[in-house]
Ligand binder design. Structure first.
Ligand code: TYM
Length: 333
């Protein structure tokens, strides 16, 4: 039966890339006909680089608030914090023994994050994708909505499932489908259309944070880098214009239209006219979410209760799958 799993790291603020590339799409999938949808704050992944303990706890609750404020419902989906469901880490160890060093060495995200001095990176950062595979496969999840940057990790997840099944002569873990769809699978920096919008960009003006107020959102869009030309009337006209394409993609994703539909409406306009439209749309969509996040954050105990309930529900799925895995491997219990 089709099951959906996805996760977001509770490190720093949620930004528009996370919202359009992931969260908004989680909400849609929650209401489609899947047997189960599970959405996770991946705190174990966050600590692959050092996190201040107080900030980690704050960011985890704030991310949970962001999930709920965006429309994920604890009645419809299982909402969890990764470390509260220990089977994720237990299966990850097994996958550490299935995955090969060479596979991990090819991960572009590891190379980017570790930088030139890979010797100094944590072992956890290197093994990151094995934990991610465990997150997914401990639910036997079949569909994983993510942004474009997670594609390579999901291919590795399939490789791990296939190698486990092959090594033990079983057909146990499913081969997962990445779900990378829509106009905003790769939202770019507002300052440089060739760079991904990211929480690690030192310039706050490069991204829209979910906690930004209306003025900040409008200002960042007004100042976003563009070119001097008018908007084209077809998607083809955006090909060599990364900044223009990014703003049109954002507009399309926020308004739930295709890029061609947007250009049919705004083609021929200058950015002086288009940017205020985009700012209004972004504020209309994001302000209610940030207001609701702030309201939820005023009652952290309620958030903790939701996460405790989510963890209990999750373990009804994950505990039997872990036990079956142990049986397959020959672990005595
Ligand atoms: P993370 O926390 O970096 O990002 C969370 C989600 O947001 C997407 N995303 C973007 N989408 C479009 N444009 C952008 N600029 C942009 N930036 C981020 C990401 O693709 C992701 O979907 N490894 C994952 C977390 C994870 C996970 C999992 C995901 C852990 N276990 C299991 C799926 C399944 C990560 O670091 O995402």
């Amino acid at each position: 039966p089709p099951r959906v799993f996805s996760g977001i790291q509770p490190s720093g603020d949620l930004h528009l890339g996370n919202y359009l590339g992931a969260l908004q799409r989680f909400v849609r999938m929650q209401d489609e006909a899947y047997e189960q949808t599970v959405f996770c704050m991946v705190d174990l992944h966050a600590i692959t680089v050092w996190q201040d303990p107080k900030e980690l706890a704050h960011s985890t609750r704030e991310l949970a608030a962001g999930f709920i404020a965006s429309g994920l419902s604890p009645e419809k989906s299982i909402l969890i914090n990764q470390s509260q469901v220990p089977e994720h880490a237990q299966l990850a160890w097994i996958f550490n023994c299935v995955a090969r060093m060479g596979w991990m060495q090819r991960m572009t995200q590891f190379k980017d994050k570790a930088g030139k001095n890979a010797e100094k990176a944590s072992l956890g950062l290197f093994a990151y994708p094995a934990l991610m595979a465990a997150d997914i496969l401990i639910y036997h999840a079949t569909h994983v909505p993510v942004g474009e940057d997670q594609k390579q990790h999901l291919e590795l997840t399939r490789d791990i499932a296939a190698k486990f099944n092959h090594d033990y002569g079983v057909d146990f873990f499913p081969l997962t489908e990445p779900v990378i769809e829509g106009a905003a699978t790769r939202v770019m920096s507002l300052r440089d259309g060739t760079k991904k919008m990211s929480k690690s960009d030192p310039s706050d003006a490069s991204r829209i944070n979910m906690t930004d107020d209306a003025d900040a959102i409008a200002k960042k869009i007004r100042k976003a880098k563009t070119d001097p030309d008018a908007l084209p009337s077809e998607a083809k006209g955006l090909e060599q214009r990364p900044e223009a394409r990014n703003l049109v993609n954002i507009y399309a994703a926020l308004s739930d239209q295709s890029v061609d539909q947007v250009l049919a409406e705004v083609g021929g306009q200058q950015f002086g006219a288009f940017k205020p439209m985009l700012a209004d749309l972004a504020v209309a969509k994001l302000s209610p979410i940030s207001t609701e996040m702030a309201r939820l954050m005023a009652e952290p105990d309620e958030i903790d209760k939701i996460l405790a309930r989510g963890a209990a529900q999750a373990r009804e799925i994950t505990a039997p799958i872990l036990q079956k895995t142990y049986d397959i491997i020959g672990m005595v219990r």
